[in-house]
Design a protein around this ligand. Structure first.
Ligand code: MFK
Ligand code: FAD
Length: 514
């Protein structure tokens, strides 16, 4: 038929085309750093719409979804998970492009984090969720750097931050169990000491969600059996952090059986599994009974990744929607000249910009806390900003991705367009690494604990941005004065967290505009 053919929307270089990212980097980085890294970002911005995009497409092809083979032809248990070639290629690209390494080489000191997250931001929407194992690898590297023994550093750290795909290892994070993912204090998995000298423990239990199942390493929580008394402590104070290799030196799984691959709404290429642990050999990492605060160093990094994941998904959806609007005609007008459509896209653009500002503010703080000594103030602000950012940005961002789908009409709902995949994958970020309500409760905890200290973000903000201090402190004061009732406080925690999120967004948008 010779009828009408719509010119399809097309993606341009994802760095050069992104004014918002460029302006944020201009504001946050010294010009010497920006000049140095821009050629790399521009090159990477092209790769994520060409070869890296093709790898992601390969992973997202239904016939390539991960598959579990539990037995070989001789009825021997093997539990092999096969993944797409694209999944392996995405791993190699991540190493070569320094997606973890940049943060730990610290060539640009505290600015290295912003540079690294800018690359993660470009990579994630094309990566079919390879960013998930990368985020946990990043967190694992940080925990080893902070708490690991010299042996762990020699054995693992250099691998987690390597640029060489042959050396590069990824790490998982196993917290969630059947009785409680939010309330991990209910965990059933136990660890028994096998050999004190080599710090070898035997871990047995059931991990209900493991996403980086093809990773080389894992960080996991288990309830420590007191080596002397043979007793265990209930609740989260009985949990310790352990580190374990997925496979033994002979290549066999290390006491792990893959019970099932999860049948998920999105993140289709990510091999999320249920795992039975029976005598998994592991090493205790950090002090016994301090598992939750110790693994929190991973959580506080992966939560920023979750935020970033939604922001860059929204940015990708908007790039498609905006290009479509310039090519589509409705009622004798170009769609991008139609007042109501412009307003609709502008509202989404505002949500995107707010989310991007908050996320990169968290990245900036993360870099500062890692590289600047005696930095109590930034540590306190980051601890407060991270749960606000994760709860607020993920929530507003997912809704905006859904709206962006509608901006292409019926075609927006078609798989080939790519918005459906972004929306599905964005959605999980409100759930994993702490649901919205759990993070809102964390914000309340921070306020209760730090109630006598004021948050002071002024040191690295201009006059306009100083309103962030004033607004946050006023809201906090109002909250602590007016909501003494514990039940009422909890019931309002989510609304309160969102109010803080909106305030933070407003202040940072002002800062950017100044
Ligand atoms: C692109 C996307 C990338 C992302 C990919 C991710 C893939 C998916 C991976 C996962 O989902 S992994 C599982 C994630 N699970 C969670 O996030 C758990 C959610 N639940 C919570 O966060 C709960 O609030 C928590 C488990 C922390 C509650 O535990 P408890 O047992 O009630 O502990 P409590 O008493 O609240 O805190 C214990 C200690 O930890 C306290 O320190 P002290 O003992 O010194 O007083 C807390 O201050 C400390 N703590 C808790 N949260 C912290 C923290 N410290 C620092 N940072 C935090 N966020
Ligand atoms: P629950 O904790 O039972 O929560 C149910 C509901 O209760 C939620 O709405 C929650 O907000 C609410 N709730 C809980 N406590 C409170 C409270 N105090 N106040 C108000 N509301 C509350 N985990 C890992 O450890 N490793 C992984 O690799 C991993 N990968 C995952 C991959 C995917 C695709 C998904 C979906 C999850 C993954 N998870 C992983 C698990 C994830 O972290 C948990 O699902 C999440 O933390 C919630 O725990 P839960 O499922 O037990 O829900």
């Amino acid at each position: 038929d010779s009828g009408f053919r719509q010119e399809p929307p097309q993606l341009k270089n994802q760095y050069l085309d992104d004014k918002v990212l460029k302006n944020i980097l201009k504001r946050l980085l010294p010009s010497s750093v920006l000049n140095d890294i821009e050629p790399d970002l521009a090159k990477f911005g092209e790769r994520v719409i060409t070869d890296i995009a093709a790898m992601g497409e390969d992973v997202e092809t239904p016939s390539n979804y991960p598959q579990l083979k539990q037995y070989d032809a001789w009825c021997r248990r093997i539990d092999e998970i096969s993944t797409a070639q694209g999944w392996k290629d995405l791993n190699d690209v991540a190493a070569e492009e320094g997606l973890i390494a940049i943060a730990y080489e610290r060539k640009y000191n505290e600015h290295s984090r912003v540079y690294q997250f800018a690359k993660q931001y470009l990579y994630a929407p094309s990566s079919a969720m390879y960013s998930c194992p990368l985020s946990m690898t990043d967190g694992a590297a940080r925990v080893i750097e902070l708490l690991g023994t010299q042996e762990m550093k020699d054995k693992y750290y250099y691998r987690l931050i390597s640029r060489d795909p042959a050396k590069f290892w990824t790490s998982g994070q196993w917290m969630t169990e059947r009785p409680g993912g939010s309330d991990v204090g209910q965990s059933e998995t136990q660890a028994e000491l096998l050999d004190e000298e080599s710090n070898t423990w035997s871990v047995s239990g059931f991990k209900w969600f493991s996403s980086a199942t093809t990773a080389n390493l894992t960080m996991l929580l288990a309830r420590t059996i007191d080596p002397k008394e043979g007793t265990i402590k209930n609740g989260s104070k009985g949990l310790s952090l352990y580190i374990a290799e997925m496979r033994q030196p002979d290549g066999q799984l290390n006491g792990v059986r893959v019970h099932r691959l999860k049948n998920k709404y999105g993140t289709k290429g990510l091999p999320t599994a249920e795992l039975q642990l029976s005598g998994m050999k592991a090493n205790l990492l950090g002090n016994p009974g301090r598992g939750v605060p110790n693994i929190a160093s991973i959580l506080n990094i992966t939560r920023i990744y979750a935020c970033l994941g939604v922001v860059c998904a929204l940015r990708r959806c908007l790039a498609i929607a905006k290009d479509f609007a310039s090519k589509r005609r409705v009622f004798n007008n170009s769609l991008d000249k139609t007042p109501l459509h412009i307003t609709t896209l502008a509202q989404l653009e505002l949500i995107f910009r707010a989310g991007a500002q908050i996320t990169f503010y968290a990245c900036q703080l993360l870099g500062r806390t890692e590289c600047i000594q005696e930095n109590k103030e930034d540590i306190a602000i980051l601890r407060f900003v991270t749960p606000i950012a994760k709860a607020y940005v993920c929530k507003i961002g997912v809704n905006a991705c859904s709206e962006a789908m509608e901006a292409l009409g019926g075609q927006g709902y078609m798989e080939e367009i790519g918005i459906g995949r972004q929306l599905r994958d964005a959605q999980v970020n409100t759930i994993w690494e702490g649901t919205t309500n759990v993070l809102a409760m964390d914000v309340i905890r921070m306020i209760r604990e730090k109630v006598n200290h004021s948050v002071n973000a002024s040191n690295h903000l201009s006059d306009a941005g100083k309103s962030v201090d004033i607004a946050l402190n006023n809201i906090r004061k109002f909250f602590t004065e007016s909501m003494q009732d514990k039940l009422e406080t909890e019931a309002n925690a989510r609304q309160f967290t969102f109010a803080l999120g909106r305030t933070l967004a407003g202040a940072l948008l002002l800062e950017q505009a100044a």
